[in-house]
Unconditional design. Structure first.
Length: 429
C-alpha cells in the first residue's frame, strides 16, 4: 500500500511539472528571470531598474566622427566628417547636428580653436556652414542654437600688444579676450555682438581710463587676473542660454568663474554700461564660482577650472537651476554642482555673491583636469562626461547606476536624448 501511494505521489509531481501549458500564468510567488541584456564590454556598471533608458551622443576630441550610444553600449548611429571636430556637437530637434569644426592652418591656433560652424545632415552632408576665422578672430569650443533660430558663437578676438598695453594690460604679446557672436543662419549676417574687452578694469596704472579698485567693480573684468604666455587670458570654454531671462552664461576657465551677460542689449548697448533689460549694458550682471577673481573678500571659492555651463531646461527635475563641472585642479578632485540662481541677479561689492548649492556629486574616481561636463536627465539622474574615462550616470542620491568606459579616447562632452524625443524621432531611429 505504501509503495502504491508513493507511486501516485510521483505521478502527481510529474504532471505538475510537465503538464502545464506555456499559456498558464505563473503563481504570484513565481520568480520570473529578468530579460537577458547583452552589454558591450565598455559597460562597467548597468542598473537597469534605476538608469534612464535614453541615447547618449558621444563627442570625442580631435576626431572626425561622433556617434549615438544606447545604454547597453551599442552604437546605434554614427556620423563621419571631413574635418576635425572643434569640440562641440549637439543634436537639434530636427535630427540634424550643430557643431564647430577646425579651420585648416588657422592664424589663431590656441587650444580649443574651431572657426567653422556647420549644421550636418543625418548622412554627414553639410546642410549649412559659416566660417568665423581670420587673423583677428576665431570661433572656439562651443556653439548653441538660440530660441529665435539664430546661432551663438564663442570667439577669441585679437588685441595687439600695443592696444593691450594702452588699456593697462600687463603683457608683451597680443592677447585674445572673449567675444560672443550671434549669427542669423538665414542670411549669414552677424546680428549681435558682445566683447569682454569693452568691460575691463585694472589697478596697475592710475593714468589709464580702465583704472579702478578691483573689488569695488564686480561688474568689470580684472584684465590682469590670468596672464598667459600665448595671450589666452580668459579661456572661455562654454556657453548656455536662458531664454526666460534672456541672458547668456559663459564658463571662463582661466578665471574659474561663470559670467552672466545680458543678451537683450543691442550691439551698441553691449559696448557700454547702460541699456538692456538689466540696464547694465554689456557689464557683467552676475558672476560666481571664484570671488578671488575680483578680489572679493566674501564668499567661498568653489571652482578650480570649470567646464560645461548647463542651464537645466526641458522640464527635467531642477529646471531653471544651473549645473557645471568643476574640474577641481588644485584639489585633484572633480565635483558636479547644481545651483539655484538668485532672483533677481544681484552683484554687489564686498558681499557674498555666490549662489546656493542645491545638489552636488563627487567620487574618488572622478577627476580630470580638462574638458568634462554634466547634464540632468528626465528621471532626475545626472549624466557625467569624465573625459579620459567615459560616462557616468548617477541618481539624485549619488548612486552610480551606469558607467561606460573608453580608455582609448578623450571625450569633450556627452548629451542625452530620450528615445521618443524629437531629435531621435527626426533622426529616424
Amino acid at each position: 500500500m505504501k509503495t502504491f501511494l508513493n507511486n501516485i505521489a510521483y505521478i502527481l509531481i510529474i504532471f505538475s511539472v510537465f503538464g502545464c501549458s506555456k499559456d498558464d500564468k505563473p503563481n504570484d510567488d513565481t520568480v520570473v528571470p529578468p530579460e537577458e541584456v547583452v552589454l558591450s564590454p565598455s559597460i562597467e556598471v548597468y542598473n537597469k531598474a534605476l538608469l534612464e533608458n535614453d541615447y547618449v551622443l558621444a563627442v570625442e576630441t580631435s576626431s572626425k566622427k561622433s556617434y549615438l550610444l544606447n545604454k547597453t553600449g551599442q552604437i546605434v548611429h554614427e556620423w563621419n566628417f571631413d574635418k576635425i571636430i572643434g569640440h562641440d556637437l549637439e543634436l537639434l530637434p530636427n535630427g540634424k547636428l550643430l557643431g564647430i569644426f577646425e579651420t585648416p592652418e588657422p592664424d589663431i591656433s590656441i587650444g580649443g580653436y574651431g572657426g567653422i560652424i556647420r549644421i550636418i545632415n543625418k548622412d554627414g552632408s553639410i546642410n549649412w556652414g559659416f566660417n568665423y576665422s581670420s587673423s583677428n578672430h576665431i570661433a572656439h569650443h562651443d556653439v548653441e542654437m538660440l530660441s529665435n533660430g539664430n546661432i551663438l558663437l564663442l570667439a577669441w578676438e585679437r588685441i595687439t600688444v600695443a592696444q593691450a598695453q594702452h588699456a593697462g594690460v600687463n603683457t608683451d604679446v597680443d592677447i585674445f579676450p572673449e567675444t560672443l557672436i550671434e549669427v542669423d543662419p538665414k542670411t549669414n549676417k552677424i546680428v549681435w555682438e558682445w566683447h569682454s574687452f569693452d568691460h575691463i578694469v585694472q589697478d596697475a596704472n592710475p593714468d589709464i581710463s580702465t583704472y579702478g579698485v578691483i573689488n569695488e567693480n564686480p561688474q568689470l573684468i580684472n584684465i590682469n587676473y590670468h596672464p598667459s604666455e600665448d595671450g589666452d587670458i580668459m579661456h572661455g570654454n562654454g556657453v548656455t542660454y536662458d531664454a526666460v531671462r534672456d541672458v547668456i552664461y559663459l564658463s571662463v576657465n582661466g578665471f574659474s568663474e561663470v559670467w552672466v551677460i545680458d543678451h537683450s542689449t543691442t550691439t551698441q548697448e553691449a559696448k557700454t554700461n547702460t541699456g538692456g533689460k538689466y540696464n547694465k549694458g554689456g557689464n557683467l550682471i552676475y558672476r560666481f564660482g571664484n570671488p578671488e577673481a575680483y578680489n572679493n573678500p566674501k564668499g567661498k571659492r568653489l571652482f578650480f577650472k570649470n567646464h560645461c555651463p548647463n542651464l537645466l531646461k526641458d522640464n527635467v527635475p531642477g529646471v531653471g537651476n544651473f549645473m557645471i563641472y568643476n574640474n577641481g585642479v588644485r584639489l585633484k578632485q572633480s565635483v558636479v554642482y547644481e545651483f539655484e540662481m538668485p532672483e533677481p541677479f544681484s552683484l554687489a561689492p564686498n558681499v557674498d555673491n555666490e549662489p546656493q548649492i542645491v545638489w552636488s556629486f563627487t567620487d574618488p574616481g572622478l577627476f580630470y583636469a580638462n574638458l568634462c561636463g554634466a547634464s540632468r536627465l528626465k528621471n532626475g539622474n545626472t549624466l557625467i562626461c569624465d573625459a579620459d574615462y567615459g560616462f557616468w550616470e548617477v541618481t539624485s542620491k549619488g548612486e552610480v547606476v551606469w558607467k561606460y568606459r573608453r580608455g582609448d579616447v578623450i571625450f569633450w562632452r556627452c548629451y542625452a536624448y530620450g528615445v521618443n524625443s524629437p531629435e531621435i524621432v527626426n533622426l529616424g531611429l
